[in-house]
Design a protein. Structure first.
Lengths: 321, 344, 327
């Protein structure tokens, strides 16, 4: 088990290096420092101004390692800085990126955590319910609602939610945020509701499929032949087995909860990492984007390793091999 | 290059190719009993959804066939030298100055009489364009996003997946590493990174969607190739000395077609939805329904509300996605070997 | 007085041509303590008959009509909780595929404990002790350790022994064994059959043994019922059915055994293939392949022709031979 963990972590490190290479190719290769400079200060800027900007932002070195500059080049720089979280300053407004990231994590998490947990909980409960009543009118109605819900873009949920609940019913404010933990829930309710509603349809259908697949397995027939009732069958046998794939699907998303939701934060004015990303896009702030994508990847790789571990622990067939 | 790609002649040529391709597929399906049965079953389960998809495809085709000249442009000199599609010509020139409600006779703000009163079924937007017209044009964009990106991602996935699964060893390790790296960047962030690097244009959006989309199917193709490689008749073919390429083309690939069909239909809707999200943050495709919705997001906050933009784009998007999802369900039920029922 | 009496059992499934019976008017009975082998090819409806008795027919199939009388009650009319009390307690069932019949994430000991606790208010410790005894009785080596094993850690034969232990935990009056040895190696098959015979003697349970293997039948059965395409063709004691088969299908089956044919000679076969349930003839289901088929066969379902107190056949030709007129 330990050997597996070490191997898995080592591969993860390799992947992170691969991601860094990819980022380098995209942000220094496909888009050259000249382009970045031009996008920051204007297309028609004079070469001397561009050169100065590049110098200020540390872009004025050669791209690859070569004679005379084995370590003083953008590639090594990129790796070194990213791995030490030395993100430098924003290309757009010169503020330290690491501070903006630290400030953004909290608000993002206060949105994504409740949305994630309640969304999954609700999805599981409804899916269990539908699986219990499979092939009846209840199930069919649930499936129809599910496919209808899936076909509506999340954008429409956002706009609709803001209009219906924010403007017409006036239950919650349309957007905004507050740093105080007492006031914050008011502003978070609407985005959380919208976030849950937008994905409830597809999540429920997915879980239901897993449950129904398990229900048709032979060991469920054995349980019934023993005299077990439907509720016990669902709870003790079906759920236990279906939870394995469900859990692994959940665990992988947990670390990336820090990254927030681009759409929801942008639409509801929540100053999290999602908003930071959107700002970086509009401001052509490549330095910030690099940092965000890197951190996102780190978190995702962490999630993948966590998933493998969870899967190994949860499924006795794998754990005891 | 970009000019060639966006030229109307290329578009016309692509439409022609698509039609020819569709005819070839229809002939193949008619001859092959298994596929004919599959198609009949799908058509029997979801006739309405298939019809709706056909409708959207027709709309897209109508807007793709374009040529310069002819027709009345109402004195707009620039327009008469630009390629205009069948759809453009059907709507002619029906611009107003700004907003107007559906079937209204006067402008929304200011009550000035319209140039074409009562003719705008879905009103006009902030630039005075007929909303129904803009909505219908969005169909072609949506089909482009869903279809073209799949045209990029599926062959890529097949190429790498089959290579990795069939040949194994270091090739498999290398491709698996590549897949892992791409899969380790959160989807939306990878899309953003690619688009920012390539420049914000329609082509880069399609490329980005294609590049981020191929990993999922690649895994499946790799798994299947690994399974198929071990089948007895593949062993026999190799023992007989059949060249590997031929084995792949004749034995491996045909057994992946049903998975290709399922994947194509299922990823279509997710691509369209992804593009909508990209439009919201201003790096989407021009003229898409996502962009319409993004531009109209503040309109519901006004008093009185302007609802027809969102209704048009939202309705178009919903209709297409619902139809695709339903057809996708039927396709998966019929083609997925795990869910096919027994014959009594 | 029969322990289990099945009368005119009919179970159907939906198909493209509407609802189609897979078990069509089947009748048989089992006496206390005896082994009845229900023999037939795949698709003859023998498993579905067993599921129908247990009321475990998978949806969308269901029992259309018939009576299943057990202990004085018609099982088909019981309420769901009443039926649940019967399952695993008075009637138990073991299945064909031991590999997939146990819950992979629960320890095997716990699964047997569950079977015990579903029908008796005993503590977990007491149930575990009982399980240990059962494991010993069914011949599982290292039973104490095996209590906490997971299914994937056991071989096919061991898993089937666990299933048997689970089924016998409440000392049922009837054990239904659906092809219990088909998925096992030949040597393990013999062991499991030997085990079943032993346990049947010790516990006194009756066994409804479903199989397509005449060798298994010969080992274990007291009486045999031969099924073809959803209907019973012939039933009687082992000696009667194997020694003096009357139904053309039974005769064809026995003649087809490779052991009877000399080297180099062509094997005896029954010409044709088993028809799909939607293609069954209105009358006798075997008539399309029967060498003795005549006028009434395609349209009239043969009724029971009694050859002896224990031996009966469902065949017009045999009836005609006996009484001079078709049944």
């Amino acid at each position: 088990m330990l050997a597996y963990l070490v191997r898995r972590a080592a591969y993860g490190v390799l992947v992170v290096f691969g991601v860094l290479m990819l980022l380098f190719a995209l942000f220094f290769g496909v888009t050259k420092p000249d382009d970045i400079a031009r996008r920051a200060i204007g297309e028609k800027a004079m070469p001397s101004v561009i050169a100065q900007w590049k110098k200020n932002h540390g872009y004025d070195r050669p791209l690859w390692p070569g004679a005379g500059h084995l370590t003083d080049n953008l590639l090594v720089d990129h790796f070194r800085k990213m791995l030490t979280f030395d993100f430098g300053r924003s290309d757009a407004d010169d503020t330290p990126i690491i501070n903006r990231i630290k400030d953004g994590a909290g608000p993002s998490l206060s949105l994504t955590l409740p949305e994630f947990t309640c969304g999954i909980g609700l999805g599981l409960i409804i899916a269990l319910f539908l699986a219990f009543f499979r092939e009846t009118y209840i199930d069919r109605a649930g499936l129809v609602l599910g496919v209808l819900g899936m076909s509506v873009s999340v954008l429409l949920y956002i706009i609709g939610g803001q209009f219906l609940i924010g403007k017409l019913l006036r239950w919650f404010p349309i957007s905004g945020f507050d740093s105080s933990w007492l006031v914050r829930p008011r502003f978070l309710m609407l985005p959380v509701i919208v976030g849950i509603a937008a994905y409830l349809g597809s999540d429920t259908r997915f879980y239901r499929t897993l449950f129904v697949e398990e229900i048709h397995r032979d060991y469920v027939r054995t349980a019934r032949a023993k005299g077990a009732g439907e509720i016990r069958v669902m709870a003790r046998h079906v759920l236990r087995n279906a939870l394995i794939p469900i859990l692994t699907g959940i665990v992988i998303s947990v670390p990336t909860l820090f990254m927030g939701s681009l759409l929801l934060e942008n639409a509801f004015g929540i100053p999290g990492l999602g908003s930071l990303t959107v700002d970086a896009i509009t401001g052509n702030d490549f330095a910030t984007l690099r940092a965000i994508v890197f951190i996102g990847s780190l978190l995702l790789v962490g999630g993948q390793i966590l998933t493998d571990i969870t899967y190994t622990l949860a499924d006795p067939r794998i754990r005891l091999e | 290059m970009a000019a060639l790609l966006s030229s109307h002649i290329t578009a016309n040529a692509v439409v022609g190719l698509l039609l020819l391709g569709a005819l070839w597929v229809a002939r193949f399906v008619r001859r092959n009993r298994l596929w004919r049965d599959a198609f009949t079953q799908i058509a029997r389960r979801r006739p309405l959804a298939l019809a709706v998809c056909a409708l959207y495809v027709s709309l897209g085709l109508i807007d793709s066939v374009a040529w310069i000249g002819g027709g009345d442009t109402g004195g707009d000199a620039v327009a008469s030298h630009q390629p205009r599609s069948l759809l453009d010509r059907a709507f002619g020139t029906s611009r107003e100055r700004s907003y107007s409600a559906p079937l209204a006779r006067a402008e929304f703000y200011g009550q000035r009489p319209l140039a074409h009163p009562g003719k705008h079924l879905l009103g006009t937007d902030v630039l005075g364009r007929d909303v129904l017209f803009v909505t219908l044009k969005g169909a072609r964009i949506a089909l482009l996003i869903g279809g073209l990106t799949s045209l990029i991602s599926i062959p890529l996935a097949l190429f790498f997946g089959v290579l990795a699964g069939y040949f194994g060893k270091w090739l498999d390790d290398a491709i698996f590493f590549l897949m892992s790296v791409l899969a380790s960047v959160p989807g939306i962030l990878l899309l953003i990174a690619l688009i920012m690097a390539l420049g914000k244009s329609t082509l880069s959006v399609c490329l980005a969607l294609g590049v981020t989309g191929w990993v999922g199917f690649c895994r499946i193709a790799r798994g299947e190739a690994m399974k198929l490689r071990e089948l007895d008749y593949v062993h026999a073919a190799r023992a007989l000395g059949v060249p590997e390429v031929r084995i792949i083309l004749r034995h491996i690939l045909p057994n992946l077609i049903h998975l290709i069909v399922i994947t194509f239909v299922l990823t279509f809707s997710s691509q369209v939805l992804s593009e909508a999200v990209l439009s919201w943050i201003n790096i989407g495709v021009d003229g898409s329904w996502g962009q319409m919705i993004a531009q109209a997001k503040d309109e519901l906050a006004r008093d009185p509300i302007v609802w027809w933009n969102i209704a048009g784009a939202g309705g178009g998007l919903f209709g297409l996605l619902l139809a695709i999802n339903m057809v996708g369900d039927a396709v998966r039920d019929v083609l997925d070997p795990r869910t096919s029922k027994e014959n009594l | 007085m029969a322990l289990l009496e099945v009368r005119e059992l009919t179970t159907s499934f939906p198909s493209e041509r509407g609802r189609v019976p897979v078990v069509d008017g089947v009748s048989f009975e089992i006496r206390a303590g005896e082994v009845l082998a229900l023999v037939g090819e795949s698709g003859s409806g023998k498993s579905v008959s067993a599921f129908s008795v247990m009321r475990l027919v998978p949806k969308p199939g269901h029992v259309d009509r018939g009576k299943v009388v057990f202990g004085g009650r018609d099982l088909l009319t019981l309420s769901v909780p009443e039926m649940r009390a019967v399952r695993g307690h008075s009637i138990s069932m073991i299945f064909q595929e031991p590999m997939t019949c146990l819950n992979p994430v629960l320890r095997v000991g716990d699964q047997v404990v569950e079977a015990i606790q579903l029908h008796e208010p005993v503590s977990r410790a007491a149930a575990r002790a009982r399980t240990l005894e059962l494991f010993k009785k069914v011949g599982i080596p290292d039973p104490q350790e095996r209590l906490d094993a997971y299914p994937h850690q056991l071989s096919g034969g061991l898993k089937q022994r666990v299933m048997i232990a689970m089924a016998l935990s409440a000392q049922p009056k009837l054990l239904i064994a659906d092809e219990p040895t088909t998925a096992l190696d030949v040597t393990i098959q013999a062991q499991i059959l030997e085990l079943l015979r032993e346990l049947q003697r010790d516990f006194g349970s009756a066994i409804l043994l479903i199989t397509h293997d005449l060798g298994v039948v010969n080992e274990l059965a007291d009486r045999i019922a031969v099924m073809y395409a959803g209907a019973i063709a012939e039933q009687g004691t082992r000696e009667e059915v194997l020694g003096a088969p009357s139904h053309p299908y039974t005769q064809g089956l026995l003649r087809a055994m490779p052991a009877l044919v000399k080297r180099g000679e062509r094997l005896n076969e029954i010409p044709g293939v088993v028809p799909r349930p939607s293609d069954w003839p209105k009358g006798c289901h075997f008539c399309t392949r029967c060498p003795r088929a005549f006028e009434p066969c395609p349209d009239i379902t043969p009724s029971e022709t009694v050859l002896s107190p224990t031996h009966s056949v469902y065949c017009h030709a045999v009836a005609r031979d006996l009484k001079g007129s078709p049944s």
